[in-house]
Design a protein around this ligand. Sequence first.
Ligand code: PRX
Length: 570
Amino acid sequence: MSITKLLPNKADKTVYNLSNYEESLAGFSWKEVEKQFTWHTTGKVNVAHECIDRHVEDGYGEKTALHYLDGEQEIKLSFAEVKKQTDHLATVLKNNGVQKGDIVFIFLPKNPACYIAMIAAVKIGAIAGPLFEAFMEEAVKDRISDCQGRFIITDTELGKRIPKKDLPSLEKIFVTAEPEQCDADEISLNELLRNTAPEENATEWVDLEDGLNIHYTSGSTGKPKGIIHAHRAMIQQYQTGKWVLDLKEEDVYWCTAHPGWVTGTVYAIFAPWLNRATIVLNGGRFAADSWYSAVEKAGVTVWYSAPTAFRMLKAEGDEILRRYDLSTLRHLLSVGEPLNPEVIHWGNEKLGLRIHDTWWMTETGAQLIVNLPSEVIKPGSMGRPFPGIEVAVLGEEGEIQPAGEIGHLAIKAPWPAIMKEVWKNKEKYASYFQFGEWYLSGDLAYQDEEGYVFFQGRSDDMINSSGERIGPFEVESKLIGHEAVAEAGVIGKPDAVRGEIVKAFIVLKKGYENSPELLEDIRKFVRYELAAHAAPREIEVLEELPKTKISGKILRRELKVLEQERLLKA
Ligand code: PRX
């Protein structure tokens, strides 16, 4: 059976065809998927080649690869143009000492330069390390210093947030600007590009197992960890792009995430370009007007976002929605946090489309639990395992739980996109595999008789605000850096729009009085030094924090119970 013909060509809004799922499971093999790639026959591997250059070779050079919108500004780049620009930047990077295996941090807003930098870094076999544009000094410092990063590409604005003096490992700071706009320790990329003749084919061939990208991600303890993925991830990124995003050559596809979140790398860049789709990139922050207008102007057909964004659109009401022609949309998807049934209903009612939930993690490298376009959606469930993926719910001893029982959501390793390593942290890597071949996600869930997975929360203290994973430890560490804060415990508090908000409980140092001004000052301290999304939306002062008797560790669990009791009373 041909694996490319299992699903119907167009996402069908009304006809459910359960047999597809069983069929795709039966005929599936990752080995077959591999045959889609040029490396399968040439033996030469590079994701950048499979995303861009091969399409030019195959005669699609004139096709629009990227449609960028920012207010009134619009830029369209063809695959040939993206090839040219990435070859050029790749040559510049190579000439400036970047070698295969080096990490190149990319700290740019959502714009074409950011996407070009991602592909150019990958093209020369470097590991692309996109940093979220909202990161402030501390967040940037923690990440670059952890892996002793030597190279970064940034712009004049974000470049100001790189604490250069505290980062002795940084050798070259490439800035997308003219020399006169750069600081003394920055290098003008504009000038380098002017003075460099591009290699026509700058691609460095790598192995499937070589590093592709690094994303720092939060756990419940310690600083963020660097999760590294390998080029082999493309196998799964391609296939989920094809079957889950349902991407066809004629699709105009928009994933709203910034590459600093793994979704914004894997599903905004790699998966769609591996499938030769046209990517839409909308600059600026969330605004309903700008988002609807981008869908209309670009003629978006497939749209991938997060529940918080859909809830924010819903909250903006119908009047604004009616002002735009959204009729090109044919397939909607969501990721990152629980997709509540109200949002699914909003999609049905207002856009006439079902929103398809997908589940995965930074560590997993690609989607694992999904709603294929032709399947029944059970509101409250994240869907079923993608073909070729084995999921189980485990009990405390690693025993497989029967249907309906809540336990630890686990995936049988390996799968093509699973992380390659945690940067210099074997112990952390091993912590995911306490039960042998089962990768432990840290999520709690149950499966029903048909294999649908229902998310039930986290088994640790990780916070998920607007789909963004926030480690309480990182926020607590920053909070106690404020002169007035003696101790801090940070939890996620349920919130109707954001899923959870960051709430901090603090104990003040002697001599400090609780006041709204002081709390605002503390909030801003986190906001402007760590990141806006990590800044507590609520701060509460307590006399003392609950702690374990022996080690004196702050008991976030009890802070959560305190908050829950209040919510129940309210
Ligand atoms: O708790 C799960 C939640 O997000 C976590 C992964 O976060 P991150 O690595 O930032 O994800 C990046 C790519 C999605 C998971 O452990 N999560 C993710 N998807 C869903 C979800 N929670 C509920 N429903 C989902 N569909």
